[in-house]
Design a protein around this ligand. Sequence first.
Ligand code: MSP
Length: 510
Amino acid sequence: MSRFYITTPIYYVNDAPHVGHAYCTVNADAMARWHRQVGDETLFLTGTDEHGQKVAEAAERNGVSPQEWTDQTSARFRASWDDLNIAYDDFIRTTEPRHYETVQKFLQAIYDNGYIYKDTYRGLYCVSCEDYYTSEALNEGNCPVHGRPVTEMEEENWFFKLSAFEDRLLEWYGQHPKATTPDTKRNEAVSFIKGGLRDISITRTSIAWGVPVPWDAKHVFYVWYDALVNYLTAIGYGRDDALVEKWWPNVHHLIGKEIIRFHCVWWPAMCMAAGMEPPAHVQVHGWLLVGGQKLSKTMAGEGAVRLTDIAPQSLTAEFGVDPIRYYLLRDTPLGTDGDFSIEGITARYNTDLANNLGNLVARVATVVGSKCGGLSPALPVDSPLAAEAKTAVDTARSAWENFAPHLALEATWRLIGATNAHLELNAPWKMEPGTDVDRVMAEALEALRIITALIVPAMPGTAQTIWERLGLAGDVASLAFDEVTSWGQFPAGLTVTKGDPLFPRIRVEA
Ligand code: MSP
């Protein structure tokens, strides 16, 4: 049995969850569900990043203590993930005692290994990024990510000797070319390293909202240093070595493209400095954009809407949970930017869900009802759909293994298309009840059974609903994937139920 440990970035609690966060979390959830379905021992970690100046300032603006603020906002992330049917195994908050313990032990190990020293730091700081910039990196004097002014800061800090890891990091990337995917993002990390690494300041005295430095009580760790360590806190670093050994070699960090430097340069170097292997794999995704921008751009016909203002719950309330999950997984491949729009969701909903999947489910149940007495007929030995199903299953498997949910869904929808085409070609609704109708409908039911198993990671609720309408027993997600997706199993005599339309069409105003 393989193991699969997947993480999302831990989200800052300065603000509410938005659809960009949902994109990453839904992808991680689908991946975790896939690995559970194929029987891998799986650990899915998400959580909230609760320290740092940005969060402290948000608390102040809202007139509450940082702890109160983080309690409230972290709960909003959990509520959003519950709403989106996210089945995480662990939700970490960086204000938890277990995290303090791990951060202090991990950084103490780096200190003991001689990679931390004291110096004075002067630099240009962006509070939104919680990061320093050189003046050359600025965009017309502003932060290149947020477009906001930066502040000049000077502090006595503890520094991490990142510069000592240039060669070791390059060597490691040479030996592990797939450690960061896609390749373009790995190249970005490698060229950053080749550009020369400067030591970085890892502590602050200017704020108190952070994890105290164990060897110097006046300092707290800089938020990124504490945050990255969350991936080890959750697997018991400093508390349970066996658990760390079990999970760490199987880790996959899913992250957005603007935090490559932290995850693909700093983090592997920190791990090396602490005497650990760097993370085995980082999968980078792009941004969802509205009208070509991540921030502040109007959405056609909707007034001024920023992507960061779109609450995932407003979308699930309008379209349903599984349609939103489907849209996020299908429309924007991991690694590229994608355009987020209500029109895009509506188009996917009406075409892929209402016309293709929903229609297939309704059609099969209707014809089995009218021509086969509502019971599944016996399955013939051969069917032209068997090969199509095998292709879909094989393609989906390799797509999920390669962090490409959109390709897994594309393959599944090709099978849906082939099954609908098979029905149209044979037109069983025009036939008299008898062996021909029975054959065609048994084939369609069997294809639909496999389709249902294939959509589990993306649309778990819909999958179970269809499964039950087909008269099949048990929880489809917990059935062994290889067995459940092999052709030729639909039992004869099951009661097939029609039910309400799964995806009633959305009327689009002309
Ligand atoms: N707290 C840090 C991560 C620490 S991990 C050790 C952080 N938090 S964040 O809340 O600002 O962003 C978290 C993730 O959300 C990032 O991976 C980022 O790429 C993702 N997204 C934020 N806006 C996004 C879009 N518009 N589209 C897709 N993902 C986006 O960074």
